[in-house]
Design a protein around this ligand. Structure first.
Ligand code: SF4
Length: 438
């Protein structure tokens, strides 16, 4: 009987991809996957440290998972990803039962270490790991998959730990990316999300990111293409034109603004002003029909005044993002911003965050209401969590759509894995509700 592996993942799309790929690699080596840590021979925790809260959560979970090793000392306990990278070998002091600590560039070496080593911490970026281009990720969602196109980041935004834990930017061969997308398509996948910390700076031979989109559009059978994350400073006119022109590229752009104040953006080392950001957004909106826009925002960055914060609110009102990921600033040791005085009180950070969330919620509702009566194309990828009779899916512009009751909404037809036309009849701030158009 093969050994059983349990993998739990926290964090971004890249961590999700790494875990899915690791599942594929382990399964090729004869391991089977389990959803229950109590049944596992190997327990893997893939971690995120982008915010203090995420790191605390990962460490708390590690403590919980250690109990399975207390019960059965034969179990191998493994921590991978960004927290493993950041804390490294010192994690053995925090969790003495840990067997392996593998940094972000060592994750796929796990099967080899399980076979040949007893206990080890490796957080080196140097011995580059085999990235198993021929192994398909094992994914929860059969119809939607992530594909990594690059790793690492060279931008060093002053608040961000990612360049320190993910290392310098490395780009994947275009042929390997095309091959993976085509294999996914053959296995039933309909939509890929091309992921990287900054996809817009992708480069391989003479291909830049817009060229990569063109190649995936033309040379694979995948039905839909998305990408994440774009850095505003590298968002080119060529990319906007390709988004407008290529039929498989979905009308959704996630472009992290972070702050509406150019002074704060400079302190964040973001490389653009709020005016430049706005200009790019207006250009994208004018060229791409039905474009949906999402963003990331931070409130309470060191020295952020009420006036700076109001500039963020003004940008949100003006651009009308469809949705936003909104956070209050928290110090990450080792970053440039950790040297700044964290001078916005916690209570004030929370007040600003609440005001921003309320504004975004109103705008999201307003934008969703504008879609009532419209026909949208929805990729059905499962049943609604709240109502098992209803189908759930994603529109091209990244909205979650729930189809009414099977009987009413889809005439009892099995819609799983299909891209179907839906008429939107209702909404709330986060979700659209609609009916299948026969
Ligand atoms: S672009 Fe900035 S925020 Fe994004 S990963 Fe790189 S350093 Fe972090």
């Amino acid at each position: 009987m093969g050994k059983k592996v349990y993998i739990q993942t926290y964090g971004c799309q890249m961590n999700v991809y790494d875990s899915e790929k690791l599942k594929g690699i382990l399964s090729d080596k004869g391991y089977s996957l389990t959803e229950k840590p109590e049944n596992a021979d190997v327990i893997v925790l893939n971690t995120c440290c982008v915010r203090e809260h995420a790191e605390r959560r990962a460490l708390g979970r590690l403590t919980q998972l250690s109990h399975y090793k207390v019960k059965n000392p034969e179990v191998k306990l493994v921590m991978i990803g960004c927290v493993a990278q950041r804390i490294g070998e010192r994690l053995f002091d925090f969790a003495p039962l840990l067997d392996f600590i593998l940094g972000t560039s060592q994750v796929f070496n796990l099967p080899e270490y399980l076979e040949n080593k007893t206990r080890l911490a490796n957080v080196s970026f140097k011995d580059s790991q085999n990235i198993f281009d021929d192994v398909l990720p094992i994914r929860k969602n059969r119809y939607i998959s992530h594909v990594a196109i690059s790793r690492g980041c060279n931008n060093f935004c002053s608040y961000c730990i990612v360049p320190y834990v993910r290392g310098p930017e490395r780009h994947r061969n275009i042929e390997d990316i095309l091959n993976e997308v085509q294999c996914l398509s053959k296995s039933g996948c309909l939509e890929v999300m091309l992921v990287g910390q900054n996809v817009n700076s992708y480069k391989d031979k003479n291909y830049d990111f817009p060229d990569l989109l063109q190649e995936v559009n033309d040379k694979t059978d995948i039905k839909r293409i998305r990408f994440m994350t774009s850095h505003p400073k590298d968002l080119s006119l060529k990319l906007i034109e390709k988004m407008a022109e290529l039929p498989k590229v979905c009308e959704h752009l996630h472009l992290p603004l972070q702050s509406g104040s150019s002074r704060i953006l400079e302190k964040m080392n973001r490389g653009y002003t709020s005016e430049e950001y706005l200009e790019k957004i207006q250009n994208a909106k004018s060229k791409i029909k039905n474009l949906s826009l999402t963003t990331d925002l931070i409130v309470g960055f060191p020295s952020e005044t009420q006036k700076d914060f109001e500039m963020t609110l003004d940008m949100v009102r003006e651009i009308k993002f469809d949705s936003s990921f909104m956070f209050r600033y928290s110090i990450r040791d080792g970053t440039k911003a950790a040297e700044f005085e964290d001078d916005v009180f916690e209570k004030e950070k929370l007040r600003r965050l609440k005001e921003l969330i309320e504004l975004q919620k109103r705008i999201s509702l307003e934008k969703n209401k504008g879609l009532i009566g419209e026909k949208v194309e929805v990729l059905i990828d499962g049943k609604s969590r709240r109502d098992k009779k209803s189908w759930k899916g994603k529109s091209r512009n990244n909205k979650t759509v729930i189809l009414k009751d099977e009987k009413e909404g889809s005439s009892g037809k099995d819609l799983l894995g299909e891209i179907v036309p839906v008429k939107i009849s209702d909404c709330d701030s986060w979700t659209l509700f609609g009916e299948f158009i026969k």
